[in-house]
Write a protein that binds this ligand. Structure first.
Ligand code: ASP
Ligand code: MG
Length: 401
């Protein structure tokens, strides 16, 4: 078997953990498997490198930022190969250049285009464990790029797809994907399996177990993922295509606290305004999520929507600059809000799921500010202070029923 094993930063945070990972990989290798290991930077290395950069230049050139951040992963793979050598097992570390993992040009948020597999395959054929840097690539200028925070998961999936691997295992410091954040909901359960679509919804909703694009890519290439802990031997959660009949009504509850609400008051009640507002935001790459438009009164209406907290200030600034043209009388921004979502493929075929969620919130006196739905998710915007209570209530209603 060819196995791709990815270990996150916490799994290689210190010497002891590096040897723990080395031994887990060697175990598979000794069983006769070919093993490709993808690593993240050790512990908080990436954050520390970002801080260092900021101390030199608060607005560093993006190219240089990627050049810097790529060092974190390079440290991990070299140390891992040294650890394996000291254990008497042949291995080799490779960075994005040496493998040749080609990406788009965009620094700090590049996407894979093509991965050459020759070098990895020939090293595997020589009987080595191959240890590859996660998170980085090279672009058409032969410059280093990075894939966005958490991008090592995507490296692992891309490699698994390119190599036609038999298994792709993502190791982290939790035992798998849970029905809710166990720190907030103590009776949250580990899922045995979850579909790509559900995982995508959960990933984008702030359940930070997997990088969003890694799930998209796994779905596209049919790579089955296993998410499990590097510190225990517990089984983990399988992410794969799950057929209709097997799907859960509600698989998980997720919270996104990094959200802000923007309200545009007294906008002219005529065609084309919503288009102009959201087109302007889209052109500035501002992601808008839940949207509500009030019923028009006389000749004006209100439009509210949510954006990522990190983009809220920029969004307000852009809207202010265009206030006249967009006929906005007043712009309001509020950050003390959070999105609470339930996700489940079974929703598609069941009525009354939304009502049940709203009932759970009513039972604990939580006010719903906005509502949005997709085929497999229902999201409500609530006050930040209500989040923990709301999450427990909704979780218990669906999952502990
Ligand atoms: N080291 C990078 C980060 O901290 C990539 C990763 O961990 O996946 O975001
Ligand atoms: Mg991660």
């Amino acid at each position: 078997m060819l196995i791709v094993k990815k270990f996150g930063g916490s799994s290689v945070a210190d010497k002891e953990r590096i040897f723990n990972v080395a031994n887990r990989c060697i175990e598979d290798y000794k069983k006769g498997n070919q093993v490709v290991v993808v690593l993240s930077a050790m512990g908080d290395t990436t954050d520390e490198l970002i801080e260092k950069a900021q101390s030199i230049n608060p607005n560093p050139p993006k190219r240089e930022m990627d050049m810097l951040l790529a060092c974190g992963e390079q440290t991990s793979v070299a140390l891992m190969s040294m650890a394996m050598a000291s254990l008497g097992v042949p291995s080799i570390s490779l960075n994005a250049f040496q493998v040749a993992m080609h990406t788009t040009s965009k620094y700090s948020n590049a996407k894979f285009k093509r991965i050459d597999t020759d070098r990895i395959c020939s090293e595997l054929d020589l009987g080595k464990i191959v240890i590859v840097t996660g998170f980085q690539g090279i672009n058409k200028f032969d410059d280093i790029t990075t894939l966005g925070r958490g991008g090592s998961d995507t490296t692992a999936v891309a490699l698994a797809a390119a190599l036609g691997a038999d298994a792709c295992e993502i190791y982290t410091d939790v035992e798998g994907v849970y029905t809710a954040d166990p720190r907030i909901v103590p009776n949250a359960k580990k899922m045995k399996e979850i579909s790509y679509d559900e995982m995508l919804e959960l990933a984008s909703l702030g359940a930070k177990v997997l990088h969003n694009r890694s799930v998209e890519m796994a779905k596209k290439y049919g790579v089955t993922l296993v998410v499990r802990s590097s510190l225990t031997t517990a089984e983990g959660t399988i992410v794969k295509e799950v057929k209709g009949v097997e799907s859960m009504l509600v698989s998980g509850v997720a919270v996104d606290k990094n959200t802000a609400r923007i309200a545009l008051i007294g906008v002219k009640n005529s065609p084309g305004i919503a288009f102009k507002v959201f087109d302007l935001l889209a052109k500035h790459n501002i992601n808008v999520d839940v949207i509500i438009q009030s019923i028009g009164r006389e000749d004006t209406k209100d439009i509210s929507f949510t954006v990522d907290e990190a983009q809220a200030r920029e969004a307000v600034q852009i809207l202010k600059e265009n206030k006249e043209r967009l006929t906005i009388q007043k712009i309001m921004e509020e950050e003390n809000v959070a999105k609470l979502s339930i996700v489940g493929a079974g929703m598609q075929t069941h009525a009354g799921v939304a009502a049940k969620m709203f009932e759970a919130l009513f039972d604990v006196g939580v006010n719903i500010r906005m509502i949005a739905t997709s085929e497999i998710r229902i999201t409500v915007l609530i006050n930040l202070d209500d989040v923990d209570r709301a999450m427990k209530a909704v979780h218990d209603k669906f999952i502990d029923d």
